[in-house]
Design a protein around this ligand. Structure first.
Ligand code: PLP
Length: 379
């Protein structure tokens, strides 16, 4: 089926008991059994929940993977993926990704005997050089958060495969509507479903989509054994959000494209980072592996003081962490989402103190431009 048809229907057959068109919220912790060992395939809700299963099936279809495993947050999903590793294993990770992922790797997993090297995955030769005999995983984002560095998914999938490592792509920024890493050779995709997939800023969640049978088997075990599962209501909210994913992503991109052009012509801005801009260094590569550019833009105001002044003046662009909701948000990565990344590491990837990130919502473009014009008037 086409993407929008799958978004509305995959994994969501009408309820067999009542015919309910919408997947019910199975708000239960357990299921009655007829007799010892005889049940309907549902024993306990950490292990099985029909609302969660519907979400997992739906997102697996959209990402073109074989299985989906939902978690209580994007970080819980990423943590579950790292349980595929063992002490002594090495990971090649992108040197610019969500700060919380870096924090998990460095502050928790590194103390359990895993080792990490952070490279610009946009540089294929540098990435190849970072491999060791113990490398079991490549973990990356493209575009990266928030520097918008583009990496070659096909080439990295080939490289990882040739070295016997799994390629894991955090596809939160693009969503499967614009980019499907599994089709390009990745084994695993993760999302913070908190963002575009839910799209309405009303839940926190995560998902791992797997196209690798051995990884799927382990992830199913991990999901139950470690237990960071989402509640059924949050799964239902995400399912409802996904139904309009295609429409929302079109509008996010339409607004973001126009705003990026406007920002690029602003005399006071140093750099505007949006893969849809023709002068973005990764523009052509991104176009070759994704069907759209998304709704995230970053721009450099020149200093932390100027960035703070812009943030203070913005009204419609609400000052908040997170992204991907219908409402426009504005944030300061150096002190908010990426505060846990050391300054030298941030600056190496262009994440300067003056960088401001916006998540462009689906409001009317004229209103968004008016707000930005006013916010940038302080520069
Ligand atoms: C790209 C990316 N990955 C992962 C996460 C973590 O997701 P969550 O906040 O749902 O735990 C975020 C959160 O901002 C993110 O932006």
């Amino acid at each position: 089926m086409g993407f929008s048809t799958d978004a509305v229907h995959a994994g969501q057959e009408p309820d067999p008991v009542t015919g309910s068109v919408t997947v019910p919220i199975y708000q239960t912790s357990t299921y009655v059994q007829e007799e010892l060992g005889k049940h309907k395939g549902f024993e306990y809700a950490r292990t099985q929940n029909p609302t969660r299963f519907a979400l997992e099936k739906n997102l697996a279809v959209l990402e073109r993977g074989k299985r989906g495993f939902a978690f209580a947050s994007g970080m819980a999903a990423i943590t579950a993926v790292t349980y595929l590793l063992r002490a002594g294993d090495h990971v090649v990770a992108s040197n610019n990704m969500y700060g919380g992922t870096y924090r998990l790797f460095e502050k928790i997993l590194a103390t359990y005997g895993l080792t990490f090297d952070y490279v610009n995955t946009g540089d294929l030769a540098a990435t190849a050089k970072a491999f060791r005999p113990s490398t079991k995983m490549v973990f990356m984002e493209t575009p990266t958060n928030p520097s918008m560095i583009i990496s070659d998914l096909r080439a990295l999938a080939e490289l990882a495969r040739s070295k016997g490592a799994l390629l894991v792509v955090d596809n939160t920024f693009m969503t499967p509507y614009f980019q499907r890493p599994i089709e390009l050779g990745a084994q695993l995709v993760v999302h913070s479903t908190t963002k575009y997939l839910n799209g309405h800023s009303d839940m926190v969640g995560g998902i791992v989509i797997s196209n690798d049978d051995a990884a799927s088997e382990r992830l199913q075990f991990v999901q139950n054994a470690a237990g960071a599962v989402p509640g059924p209501f949050d799964c239902w909210l995400c399912l409802r959000g996904v139904k309009t994913l295609a429409l929302r992503m079109e509008r996010h991109e339409q607004n973001a494209g126009a705003i990026a052009e406007w920002l690029a012509s602003h005399p006071k801005l140093k750099r505007v980072l949006y893969p849809g801009l023709k002068n973005h260094p990764g523009h052509d590569l991104h176009k070759s592996q994704a069907s759209g550019f998304g709704g995230m833009i970053a721009f450099d105001t020149g200093s932390i003081e100027k960035g703070a002044a812009v943030l203070k003046r913005a009204r419609l662009f609400a000052l908040a962490e997170s992204l991907g909701g219908v409402e426009s948000l504005i944030s300061h990565p150096a002190t908010m989402t990426h505060a846990s990344v050391p300054r030298e590491d941030r600056e190496r990837v262009g994440l300067t103190d003056g960088l401001v990130r916006i998540s462009v919502g689906i409001e009317d473009l004229d209103d968004l431009l008016l707000d930005l014009r006013s916010a940038l008037s302080v520069l």
